[in-house]
Design a protein around this ligand. Structure first.
Ligand code: GDP
Length: 140
């Protein structure tokens, strides 16, 4: 399996509780490298574009409001099988269903305020990374 990149967001519920370092430690412990990272305040337009796939879902408005409610940390993670590996480290969307030791089991507050985002496929990862980083901001 080749080295792959995935896109990650530490969501506002995580930055609000000062969990950036704790979550980064779990990411690095899993063998993923943080090859780009910045703390930003997402605009409503950015959040709506990022989650456009969920536009018709009943929770879309709530999700966008949440993502712009505080700072987020956007990241590019690199490693073997990075997309699936990070999904494993994150745990299930609903923290009550997440496996022990995962970021969401340890830190998420609810199915909506669930601390982290990770791309679901390599193609999505490439699109998501390009929404927040230019090539020279990623240092592998
Ligand atoms: P993920 O890939 O595990 O993040 O999950 P999804 O792609 O299904 O959903 C994207 C994000 O929408 C989740 O991470 C949650 O923040 C949010 N979300 C999903 N389901 C719900 C829900 O039932 N209620 C609310 N408020 N938010 C949800």
């Amino acid at each position: 399996m080749a080295v792959q990149r995935t896109f990650s967001i530490l969501k506002p519920d995580a930055t609000e509780r000062n969990l950036t370092g704790a979550i980064n430690a779990l990411i690095e412990k899993a063998g993923l490298r943080i090859v780009a990272q910045k703390r930003i305040r997402m605009t409503r337009e950015q959040a709506e574009t990022f989650y456009a796939v969920h536009k018709e879902r009943p929770f879309f408005g709530e999700l966008v409001d949440f993502m712009i409610s505080g700072p987020v940390v956007v990241q590019v993670l690199e490693g073997e099988n990075a997309v699936l590996k990070y999904r494993d480290v994150m745990g299930a969307t609903d923290p009550s269903k997440a496996a022990d030791g995962t970021i969401r089991k340890l830190h998420a507050k609810s199915i909506g305020e669930n601390s982290v985002h990770g791309s679901d496929a390599p193609e999505t990862a490439a699109i998501e990374i390009a929404q927040f980083f230019s090539g020279n901001e990623i240092v592998g």
